[in-house]
Design a protein around this ligand. Structure first.
Ligand code: HEM
Length: 150
């Protein structure tokens, strides 16, 4: 449930749905399912301290587990998200939240910082960092649903 009511109309980026390769399955082989859950927990700890914190529900750890289930699935692992929460339909799932370009920058910053830390300390394969980041860059632009200022 969103913490704040939407006030702005839903905007659809002109690019249409993104076409970007999924991050490499080798990431899952290297860090395992637990590694993905640890990564998303670190992402949400950073989101907790970010300017977009008010968008998220109170229980950030629970939110991090839902996102981790999605990323395990995206990395070619077990279909944890679909089994537990239904079809991903990520853009639609984000409609309750007003995501503008700046929220996207904040979100990406949290994710990329957690990724860099994961390369350094948790065995995330450095050679797959760029591919993962490209996936996040492209996919997150499709998640934006507030029109840029004219
Ligand atoms: C563009 C910036 C983004 C923002 C500001 C954002 C924000 C949010 C918010 C507020 C939630 C709800 C969390 C809660 O339960 O409190 C959420 C859920 C989620 N987000 Fe994002 N998100 C962004 C991009 C993305 C991207 C690019 C992905 C995947 C590639 C993603 C995957 C998810 C998933 C899997 C969930 C959980 C959905 C569920 O619980 O059903 N998000 N996001």
């Amino acid at each position: 449930m969103p913490q704040q009511e939407r006030t702005k109309p839903i905007y659809t980026p002109g690019t249409g749905p993104p076409s970007v390769p999924r991050p490499d399955h080798a990431v899952l082989e290297a860090i395992g399912q637990e590694g993905v859950f640890r990564l998303l927990s670190a992402v949400y700890q950073r989101l907790e301290a970010s300017s977009i914190r008010p968008m998220f529900a109170k229980d950030m750890e629970a939110a991090s587990r839902r996102s981790a289930a999605f990323f395990v699935q995206v990395l070619g692992g077990a279909p944890l998200f679909t089994e537990n929460f239904g079809p991903p339909r990520m853009r639609q799932r984000h409609f309750p939240f007003e995501i503008d370009g700046e929220s996207r920058v904040q979100w990406l910053g949290c994710f990329k910082a957690a990724l860099a830390d994961s390369v350094e300390h948790h065995g995330f394969p450095a050679e797959h960092l760029a591919g993962f980041e490209t996936f996040l860059d492209v996919f997150s632009s499709w998640m934006v649903n507030v029109a840029p200022e004219a």
